[in-house]
Write a protein that binds this ligand. Structure first.
Ligand code: HPA
Length: 272
């Protein structure tokens, strides 16, 4: 079975299980799972029931697809994502994005937890991703190109939609939520960076660092889907302070700012 056929099979399963198809999808990062509860008339599908869909085993990632209504729009919320560091190939780690694309989703909002590199950031800040630097050392589009998904050499000039970035600023202004902007460096992890790596990332123009999002953005852009991505700066990156990093801190900070994050996401979806 070709990869395209696997995606099509997953699409058929989702179509056969729920009613209306989503226009907008939101991928929830570590600690943001609560957002899925905001969906009205929700139909929930466990990742393990969708053919070929990879599981997500990370603490803080639930592993379910929730379809329904939010702010009057048809949405799909992905509580949990599969990461490259879990051992999934990038083709598999970005499978969900392919399914969303074939379901007809036009806009994807990616969220993540990230380490702050820009010294003007504080833990708990929300950063709109203006651009990324993919340092995975690989790319989800490697291999034969299936033109049904998109072109061989997709443009990445505006990987993160200017229109949607401006919309977030407008919503943030109206709701009194502070947002920063910056460049996201994507490293596959799972070890956190060394202080020397963080100094290097700062030198090449990164403001934040994380272990997801860039592959998903590449695949979404390949399919012509508009992308918005927002990082929760859950901690300052390695070496900024004289203390070790840990996943518990990431989860704690994400929990602390989740209400603000949810308000920002809802306002943005409303404005779409
Ligand atoms: N580095 C990489 N990924 C992360 C971090 C970090 O400091 N914090 C949350 N995700």
């Amino acid at each position: 079975m070709t990869y395209y056929d696997q995606v099509a099979e997953a699409v058929e399963y989702v179509r056969g299980t729920v009613g209306k198809m989503p226009d907008i999808a939101v991928v929830l990062g570590s600690g943001l799972g609560d957002f899925a509860n905001r969906v009205a008339n929700a139909r929930t599908i466990s990742y393990s029931d969708i053919p070929h869909w990879p599981p997500s085993a990370v603490v803080g990632h639930a592993g379910k697809l929730v379809l329904g209504e939010l702010c009057g729009k048809q949405v799909a919320v992905l509580a949990g994502r599969a990461h490259f560091y879990e051992g999934h190939e990038l083709l598999r780690a970005t499978f969900s994005i392919r399914v969303l694309g074939l379901l007809g989703v036009k806009t994807i909002i990616l969220t993540n937890a990230a380490g702050g590199i820009n010294m003007s950031f504080e833990s708990g800040a929300l950063m709109v991703i203006d651009d990324h630097i993919n340092l995975f050392g690989t790319n989800p589009l490697i291999g034969p190109n299936d033109e049904r998904f998109g072109p061989r050499f997709p443009d990445m000039t505006e990987a993160y939609s200017k229109r949607l970035r401006a919309l977030v600023d407008k919503v943030a202004g109206e709701r009194g939520i502070k947002v920063a902007h910056g460049v996201y460096a994507a490293l596959h992890g799972p070890s956190y960076e060394t202080p020397a790596e963080i100094r290097y990332l700062r030198t090449i123009g990164a403001d934040a660092v994380g272990m997801s999002t860039a592959p998903e953005t590449i695949v979404a852009r390949h399919m012509g889907i508009e992308v918005l991505a927002i990082s929760c700066i859950t901690n300052m990156a390695a070496g900024v302070f004289d203390k070790p990093l840990n996943h518990a801190e990431v989860m704690e900070t994400a929990a602390r700012v989740k209400d603000q994050f949810i308000a920002l996401l809802e306002g943005t979806i409303q404005g779409l």
